[in-house]
Write a protein that binds this ligand. Structure first.
Ligand SMILES: [Zn+2]
Length: 238
């Protein structure tokens, strides 16, 4: 497992892309987080940007290729992390890969490895048959919990089924990307194929609730929050 202290969240400020700056006291790379809201379902796509090398990690490249391309200008994307493979979280996969100067690693869970390429599994076939989505499948398969190396540091990952069977949560220092597991004061749907209300409840209790109260949660939709706030307002954290 990665040390959560690999990066620490020191300050927060907003710009047009909601930039957050993460500095490390031991002069580890400075990482900025940018949020881009994309598509009809207003999915949060997150960019983790290492400022000294301009390398970037993309979490959930949803729809709207144009703003994604614009945000990635001047950056070298090395990795794409998928929280899950519903259409609104993967629609920009091809565009991000095409814009990268070299091969990009795509990380996703074993249980959803075929979903990006299958419109029935990623649900795009049911939303708009004229806009079925067929995207590249993960090049790197995740199972269980662990950590991966990128941007000169470590990102922890947690298997958190419930919204989907292969849902993942990613943690970089005190920033946690919760996909459609946890929202501010709510949780993701569990009535879609492969969903499980009991599994979702267990995943939150196992992976997210034990984290420090100050841990900042960046969901797949809506505003960021903290573990502390969710313990006050989210019944799934009781
Ligand atoms: Zn979803």
């Amino acid at each position: 497992m990665a040390s959560p202290s690999a990066f620490s969240l020191l300050r927060f400020h907003r710009s047009c892309l909601n930039m957050i700056t993460m500095d490390d006291e031991r002069s580890l790379p400075q990482i900025d987080i940018a949020t881009i809201v994309v598509g009809e379902l207003e999915t949060n796509c997150y960019l983790l940007i290492r400022q000294d090398t301009k390398e970037a990690v993309v979490i959930d490249p949803g729809a709207d290729e144009a703003p994604l391309r614009e945000a990635l200008r001047g950056l070298v994307v090395t990795d794409i992390l998928l929280t899950h493979a519903h259409f609104d979280h993967i629609g920009g996969l091809l565009a991000v890969c095409a814009a990268a100067p070299s091969e990009v690693k795509i990380w996703g869970h074993q249980a959803e490895a075929r979903w990006p390429a299958d419109p029935r599994l990623n649900l795009s076939a049911f939303m708009n048959p004229d806009a079925e989505i067929k995207m590249p499948t993960p090049t790197h398969i995740l199972e269980g919990d662990g950590c991966l190396s990128c941007l000169g540091g470590k990102i922890e990952y947690f298997h958190t089924p419930g919204h989907t069977p292969g849902h993942m949560v990613y943690r970089l220092g005190e920033a946690v990307f919760t996909g459609d597991l946890v929202f501010s004061d709510g949780v993701g749907r569990t009535d879609l194929p492969g969903g499980s209300h009991d599994a979702l409840r267990r995943s939150i209790r196992r992976a997210v609730r034990p984290m420090a109260g100050s841990t900042r949660l960046y969901p797949g939709h809506g505003p960021a929050t903290t573990v502390e706030e969710q313990k006050l307002y989210n019944p799934y954290f009781v």
